[in-house]
Design a binder for this molecule. Structure first.
Ligand code: HEC
Length: 103
């Protein structure tokens, strides 16, 4: 009998491990990129370290995909020339620090 409850768990696990839209990233790259390309402008708008941009009331984003798209959008706007893996790293890092979206 013991094996039976195990099967549903096995079947669920791929869902639980569903990959975020940014895939596997190097989170360590993000803080420096963020400091270099992103902070100044957000801080000009919101003061401090600019992180209020990510925690403000009525923020625009509601899931991981939108977060990744927003990072890509800001990158294009400012012509920072970040590679897709940089955008991915930034999005994953912002999610870890501020957004905490699970999907
Ligand atoms: C030249 C200014 C500027 C720079 C540089 C900039 N952004 Fe932004 N960013 C904005 C503005 C303006 C908004 C908000 C737009 C709005 O409120 O409609 C924004 C919003 C965002 C948001 C969404 C905030 C929310 O509502 O939850 C994210 C995420 C973000 N930026 C990421 C980045 C990242 C990552 C970088 C660096 C690669 C970056 N931004 C660089 C101007 C900038």
């Amino acid at each position: 009998m013991k094996t039976f409850w195990f099967f549903p768990l096995l079947m669920l696990s791929p869902l639980a491990l569903a990959e975020a839209p940014w895939g596997t990233v190097d989170l360590k790259a993000a803080p420096a990129l963020h400091q270099k390309h992103c902070v100044a402008c957000h801080a000009r708008m919101y003061g401090g370290d600019g992180s209020k941009m990510y925690t403000r009331d009525g923020r625009m984003l509601s899931n991981q995909r939108e977060l990744l798209q927003r990072v890509a959008f800001c990158n294009t706007q400012i012509n920072a020339g970040l590679f897709p893996e940089d955008e991915a790293s930034l999005a994953a890092w912002l999610n870890q620090q501020y957004y905490h979206f699970t999907q």
